[in-house]
Design a binder for this molecule. Structure first.
Ligand SMILES: *Cc1c(COP(=O)(O)O)cnc(C)c1O
Length: 404
């Protein structure tokens, strides 16, 4: 008989200690709770972690970071943005928010990341070279201006061929680095691989502020535009307007958004940032245990680490294949009954009713994405999990799939 654990192992759990608690209390007692010195310190430390002249703007979500990146680059109507269908839907939603066309491509079945060959195929099949060298869509007439790769689960996309395609077609590259604090590719950190990097500090991300995000770029003018759009369209430094040296007369030249991060949230971020490399080491140890435990279970497909850089292990995805003894829903149910929490990442963008109805996507458009999605389950993975927790999940899966 399978020995069921007593307590529930959640899919994800944030790791805080007294450092975060004390920082929040100091923040509250300081009287400055919204964007201020702690956000500034977090931006500075985050940029320093990326190195290479990176600059950073703290915002209140990863979605806001992506939205502002596109706005700052001037992406809008008449343009297309190409991303992976296998992502959280906000990656595609922001393309729609700025008035551009969402274009999708399939994934590499080994990594579940945007496949450079699929991107090349989409461009070759649907676009022709426009007057300025950028691809113009054969039917809509829109210009493809931006590539938006998602570093799925914490492994960087294969950026060398993607950057080569971007260079050849004069595309800007915006990284969805929501899973990728600590990720590198050929020694370069995610967030510095494209023109703009977008991070999420959502509750289950490797570094969390509850809700939050960061936009990174080297170009000062671009960063200034992101900051301006993050706070109504006001000039940089506008957050000081109620401080002693603040200015009351402030006008806008463009209508921005209210996407600034609070200092309460930044209080968490400052300490999370200092600890995130340690968190990621632990995530990789747990992933190695999973690799070992799961290799022997028939009917399971695992994602491959191509070894092109550091994997941040935000997620540990498994794929229950049609050859397995049970289908995905039954495995999720079975794991739940054995006190194991799971997630599914993600319902592909092209299978959402909105993207089918408004943008013409259909089931069958991206076979590799669909094959992974059909069987995908994300296993529990967070730094305070024990080795035994990971082994228990392995045993539970072996039990459910008849390999025990
Ligand atoms: C979490 C996430 C986002 C959005 O971040 P939020 O902070 O939740 O807005 C975007 N893309 C991907 C791939 C994500 O996982």
């Amino acid at each position: 008989m399978f020995d069921k654990r007593e307590d529930f192992l959640p899919f994800s759990k944030p790791s805080f200690d007294r450092l975060e608690e004390e920082e929040i209390i100091s923040c509250l007692r300081s009287g400055w709770i919204t964007t201020g010195p702690r956000c500034q310190a977090l931006e500075k430390a985050f940029a320093a972690k990326l190195g290479g002249g990176a600059r950073a703007v703290a915002v209140n979500s990863g979605t806001a970071a992506l939205h502002l990146a596109l706005l700052a680059l001037g992406v809008g109507p008449g343009q297309d943005v190409l991303t992976s269908s296998f992502t959280w839907v906000s990656t595609a939603n922001v393309i729609v928010h700025v008035g551009a066309g969402p274009v999708l491509a399939d994934i590499d079945p080994r990594t579940f990341n945007l496949d450079p060959a699929a991107v090349e195929r989409v461009i070759a099949e649907s676009y022709q070279p426009g007057p300025d060298g950028r691809p113009v869509h054969r039917t809509t007439g829109r210009t493809l201006t931006t590539l938006l790769p998602v570093h799925y689960a914490g492994q960087a996309c294969d950026m060398a061929p993607l950057l080569e395609l971007a260079r050849a077609h004069r595309l800007d590259v915006v990284e969805d680095a929501a899973h990728a604090v600590g990720t590198t590719y050929q020694g370069v950190p995610a967030g510095r691989l494209g023109r703009v990097g977008c991070f999420s500090f959502y509750a289950n991300k490797n570094l969390t502020t509850g809700e939050g995000g960061m936009v990174t770029a080297e170009e000062e003018a671009l960063i200034d535009r992101v900051r301006m759009f993050s706070l109504h369209g006001l000039d940089k430094g506008a957050w000081k307007r109620y401080a002693k040296d603040g200015q009351w007369y402030q006008v806008i030249h463009e209508p921005g958004f209210k996407y600034n991060l609070t200092d309460i949230a930044a209080s968490l971020g400052l300490h999370q940032l200092a600890k995130v490399e340690g968190f990621n080491v632990r995530r990789r140890e747990l992933a190695a245990i999973y690799d070992q435990e799961l290799a022997k279970i028939p009917g399971l497909r695992l994602s491959q680490d191509l070894g092109l850089g550091v994997h941040a292990r935000h997620l540990y995805p498994i794929v229950v294949t049609p050859a397995a003894a049970q289908d995905r829903a039954a495995v999720i149910r079975g794991l739940g009954e054995l006190n194991v929490g799971t997630g599914v990442h993600y319902v592909p963008v092209h299978l959402h009713p909105y993207y089918q109805e408004a943008h013409g996507f259909r089931e069958g458009d991206f076979p590799e994405t669909e094959a992974v999605y059909q069987g995908e389950i994300s296993l529990p993975l967070f730094p305070t999990m024990s080795d035994d927790d990971a082994r228990y999940v392995g045993r539970a899966l072996a039990h459910l799939l008849g390999a025990a």
